[in-house]
Design a protein around this ligand. Structure first.
Ligand SMILES: [Zn+2]
Ligand SMILES: [Zn+2]
Length: 281
């Protein structure tokens, strides 16, 4: 089958590789979204791997499903404390070899509505990550720093629950409504942005770190009595919630390209000319 395999330098190359086998169900990939976390993995350390975890696939029985990327054990102390993404079981991928391939072996999935285009189903995973993160953001006035695709999802989710949402981005093309005064919470959804967050957050406010944002000065956290919370990835429960919510959420439509044009889609994403890119085998 064809897949995008990372070469020795971690660069994506359309390659032929053996069909996946082993445990799980064989599924035909219909679409897979490119995530910022995939782009971070394009390095020599990931040579030989196939990325892609925002997958819509068809099972043998014809059902179209969104694949569940990670499954926590649900019983350990980490899981019970609500930090499922740090569960030891969590890191094992349940999609093999990865979504940027014609076929995968999968362990877990959720049915998606028949009326959805394939690309909408690829948004179940990122939306689930955002829903889980949003649960750690206090209600009120919230600034989203980094207004790419994930930042927009945060905006939609927070507005829906009644927050007043502002959004800024280092790229002026992506700026949203700038905050008109101190905010109760800041979501760091893109790389960097710590300084913008510290300038905007009111004393006693919350920073949700949803991306590798770099260093946060402890002095500021101390002086202003800030709360810093982290959130990474999703759980099956939030994926179920995402399927229900995506039904009538006005998400931005992605750029859809065939897998053979992966390099082109990657460049669109890197140049920030596309908010979201989805590939179809
Ligand atoms: Zn993702
Ligand atoms: Zn666990």
């Amino acid at each position: 089958m064809r897949a995008i395999v990372l070469d020795a330098d971690g660069q994506p190359v359309l390659s032929d590789m053996p069909e996946p086998d082993g445990s799980g169900a064989l599924a035909r990939v219909l679409a897979c979204g490119l995530c910022g976390s995939d782009v971070e993995k394009l390095d020599a350390a990931h040579a030989g791997s196939v990325l892609g975890h925002e997958v819509v696939a068809q099972l043998d029985d014809g059902r179209r499903v969104a694949l569940v990327h990670h499954v926590p054990c649900g019983e350990c102390a980490r899981c019970l404390a609500g930090h499922e993404s740090t569960c030891e079981r969590f890191s094992a991928s349940t999609i093999r070899p990865g979504g940027f391939a014609e076929r995968v072996h999968a362990d877990a999935w959720l049915d998606i509505p028949e009326t959805w285009p394939d690309w909408r189903g690829t948004m179940v995973e990122p939306l689930a990550c955002v829903l889980r993160g949003a649960g750690r953001v206090p209600r009120g006035r919230v600034l989203v720093v980094g207004n790419g695709f994930v930042g927009r999802l945060f905006g939609l989710v927070l507005e829906r629950r009644g927050d007043e949402v502002f959004a800024v981005d280092a790229d002026p093309r992506r700026n949203g409504r700038a905050p008109d005064g101190p905010v109760d919470a800041v979501v760091l959804s893109g790389g960097g942005g710590v300084m913008a967050a510290l300038e905007a957050v009111a004393p006693g406010g919350t920073l949700l770190v949803f991306a590798d944002a770099g260093e946060i000065p402890a002095t500021e956290v101390y002086r202003h009595e800030l709360t810093v919370a982290g959130a990474r990835s999703a759980t099956p429960a939030f994926m179920r919630e995402a399927v229900a919510l995506l039904h009538d959420l006005d998400v931005p439509e992605p750029t859809v390209l065939p897998l053979a044009r992966f390099g082109e889609g990657l460049e669109l994403f890197r140049r920030r000319d596309a908010l979201k890119v989805v590939f179809t085998p």
